[in-house]
Design a binder for this molecule. Sequence first.
Ligand code: SF4
Length: 298
Amino acid sequence: MLLKVNEIEAKSILTKSGLPGSDWVINPYNGCQFACMYCYAAQIARWKHPDEEWGSYLDVKINAPELLKKELVKIGNKFKSRDFGTIFFSSVTDPYTGLEAKYNLTRQCLQVLADFGYEGNIGIQTKSPLVTKDIDVLQKLKNVSVGFTVTTLDDKVSRFIEVLAPPVSERIKALKQLHDSGVPTYVFVGPILPSFVKNEKDINELIDKLQEAGVKEVWFEHINLSTKIKDRLYEYLKKESPELIADFDSANTSKYREELDLKIHKALAGRGMKLGLDKVIYHHDLPKKLNNKLIQNK
Ligand code: SF4
């Protein structure tokens, strides 16, 4: 897919978040080169690019670090503490989308927060091992954690559904590298892919692998098949692998979700791992304000 890159000047960069577990969000880019087929941001972030295919454009907010510096000065010293809440990277892009290797905007924003002396929580969620280039900056931040989205252990499956994202095997290696460098990590298993993570064996294998990589916190989210996500995903499945549609359909019932919840709780029992929000997330059960803004990543 050809990528159209637009360098833009953003008007604000630290914005209020409605995402579960975060208070503020920083999006150094709008758009994402990874083009996952289940992406919620593909719908909510494309109002500026209604006719362009998700994954085919990237708005690069070249003034993001400078802007963040100004906004933090305006906010003032009293917000250096944890009371300020959690800052999340990112809600409508992957902060380590491919061109971060060139622009280093996420890195520079993290450096600005470190220079400011920010001691609140910072959460980073990505699918890219590119984040390991910033271990030196991450080590300067007091309360940072890096989350990887892991929806399968099979690189072929991740290539199929997370079309241009780095292979999941590379993500697991990066998790281990971060852990070994003293950077806290977590994993977001979302969406739980009905065709690939549906029995206890799959779930246990996945959690075993994450534990081996030093992960102590894991979030699970049921698949969101709201109309816009479903339209794009099913159009792709119809073309590429129509036999999977029945599995996705059958995952869209409360009975399926209840059974899967039990399997996940059973698989996590006795491992000493934390389950994010203490439950398997289902977007319909979240408060409306959060529901509207939740992305899988997330
Ligand atoms: S799900 Fe995340 S990584 Fe995938 S395309 Fe959307 S923003 Fe990018």
